[in-house]
Write a protein that binds this ligand. Structure first.
Ligand code: ZN
Length: 210
């Protein structure tokens, strides 16, 4: 297996990226990888080199050669690139991070620190639990009004749609947002799913500037 790729990001020769499956394991070289202790917040961390960068759920860099790594099993991995400013980001958005609008927070930091224009940003959304399998209780459902696909017998939430709406409201064009539309909980052979397996297995999504 090789990590899955999004068409739009693949078009940029200055970029490398991938959404790892369970067969890929940790597929980026440790000494070239920046990572976080992910805590389901909207904390965005800007880094200049590899290594462990503490608590947070989104990484940003303009530095070439450093992989930004996010680990997920059901949560939404987002990889973002600005071909004009040459800046990238990787985001971990579970339901908590999505409810806290981490995608919006990441775009806000890209604008503030790197003068990125939302209309230039390209976003790839990797495999995550889709609304087919993301059944939630009322307490979670109330945070995702407008993104409930059906409620029979319990509410099902579309996390990709919720993240997409955040990105659109920052001004990113709709055709700059590509979702692989793969459900981790349905894809038993290919993906880890915390909800399905209750295991520690995580998949690595990563992006870097060559
Ligand atoms: Zn599913």
């Amino acid at each position: 297996m090789t990590p899955l790729r999004a068409q739009r990001l693949t078009a940029f020769s200055w970029l490398e990226h991938g959404f790892g499956t369970r067969a890929d394991g940790a597929w980026t070289p440790v000494d070239q990888t920046a990572k976080l202790h992910q805590i389901h917040t909207s904390e965005v961390v800007t880094i200049a080199g590899p290594g462990h960068h503490g608590d947070g759920d989104a990484l940003i860099t303009g530095q070439a050669g450093v992989w930004l790594e996010i680990r997920t099993a059901d949560c939404v991995p987002l990889l973002i690139a600005d071909p004009v400013q040459g800046v990238i980001a990787a985001v971990h958005a579970g339901w908590r991070g999505t409810a806290l609008a981490i995608a919006s927070a990441t775009v806000a930091e890209l604008r503030r620190q790197f003068r990125c224009r939302p209309r230039d940003l390209e976003v790839a959304i990797g495999p995550c639990i889709a609304s087919c399998c993301f059944e939630v209780g009322e307490e979670v459902a109330t945070r995702f009004v407008g993104h409930i696909t059906h409620s029979d017998p319990r509410p099902h939430v579309d996390l990709v749609a919720a993240n997409r709406q955040q990105l659109l409201s920052t001004g990113i064009p709709t055709d700059h947002i590509e979702s692989l539309d793969l459900c981790t909980a349905c894809g038993r052979a290919m993906f880890h799913s915390f909800r399905r397996d209750r295991s520690d297995g995580r998949m690595v999504s990563a992006i870097r500037i060559r």
